[in-house]
Design a protein around this ligand. Structure first.
Ligand SMILES: C[S@@+](CC[C@H](N)C(=O)[O-])C[C@H]1O[C@@H](n2cnc3c(N)ncnc32)[C@H](O)[C@@H]1O
Length: 249
């Protein structure tokens, strides 16, 4: 039997996720009430209030459902794609511009591990308060610095990866070039094709190579005894991501 501190309960009928908070013998399952920590064994199915719940640790796909939202969460699919394209891995030094509620922040902290380092910029103080609580609630943050200021003032250099989620990434090309090490990668999330075009062309005019724009799509399927086909109602489009490699020196 393996017990870990940070767990969620998944309602096996509705799919709804509930976060387990607090420490000690008696823990709170948000929206459901108190439960003895003895009962929360990862991978087990337990009965609570007449319903069945799977106990497991949170995954990236749970993040928008279990964290408090102040700014809009990106889809975890887009966040994971940005991290892949930016080469975020165990031990990376990552800078994040526009952290919001922390959806991407926690995914980066999971990926870089204890040997990595993350500096996040969030300019709105009231968002930063919730962001700090969200990161802490997942037991993360020892190797994380939050700067509550405009990304335009970023003083870091030598970053392996820079993840940008700002409304106007093209206005920060000089800052991006300053923060990244030669060979480091930037990925910017863009909501519209116009934003993606401006970001792409601005990076192409700067000290960057391998500039590329990608649309992130996801197509869930319905699978049961009789059917196996794409869902009729699907989001499909998850956003645009513009990436580039910093050329040195
Ligand atoms: C869409 S949210 C980020 C969502 C986040 N990436 C996620 O996955 O949940 C964008 C955030 O950028 C912040 N922001 C906008 N301009 C900024 C700037 N110049 N410097 C720092 N933060 C900024 C906003 O306050 C907002 O919280």
């Amino acid at each position: 039997m393996h017990r870990i501190r940070m767990l969620i309960l998944v309602d096996l009928e509705t799919g709804r996720r509930h976060r387990v908070v607090g420490g000690g013998e008696l823990l709170e399952v948000e929206g459901l009430g108190l439960i003895s920590s003895e009962r929360l064994v990862e991978g087990s199915v337990i009965r609570l209030a007449g319903r069945r719940f799977l106990v497991r640790r949170p995954l990236p796909e749970d993040v928008p459902k279990v964290l408090r939202r102040v700014a809009q969460f990106n889809s975890p699919t887009v966040n994971q794609y940005m991290m892949m394209r930016a080469g975020v891995r165990s031990g990376s030094f990552v800078v994040e511009a526009g952290a919001g509620s922390g959806g991407l922040t926690v995914m980066v902290l999971w990926a870089i591990g204890k040997g990595g380092r993350l500096v996040s910029y969030e300019k709105r103080k009231e968002f930063a308060e919730v962001l700090k609580r969200n990161v802490k609630s997942l037991g993360l943050g020892d190797n994380w610095i939050l700067k509550v200021e405009d990304f335009g003032k970023a003083s870091e250099s030598g970053a392996d990866a820079l993840l940008v989620d700002l409304p106007q990434p093209w206005e920060y090309v000089d800052v991006i070039a300053r923060v990244l090490r030669p060979g480091g990668r930037v990925c910017a999330h863009c909501m519209s094709a116009i934003q993606a075009w401006k970001t792409h062309t601005s990076l192409s005019d700067g000290p960057f190579a391998e500039v590329g724009t990608y649309e992130v799509l996801e197509r869930p399927w319905v699978v049961d005894e009789r059917r196996m086909r794409p869902e009729f109602e699907m989001l499909g489009h998850h956003g645009f991501v513009v990436c580039a490699t910093r050329v040195g020196p």
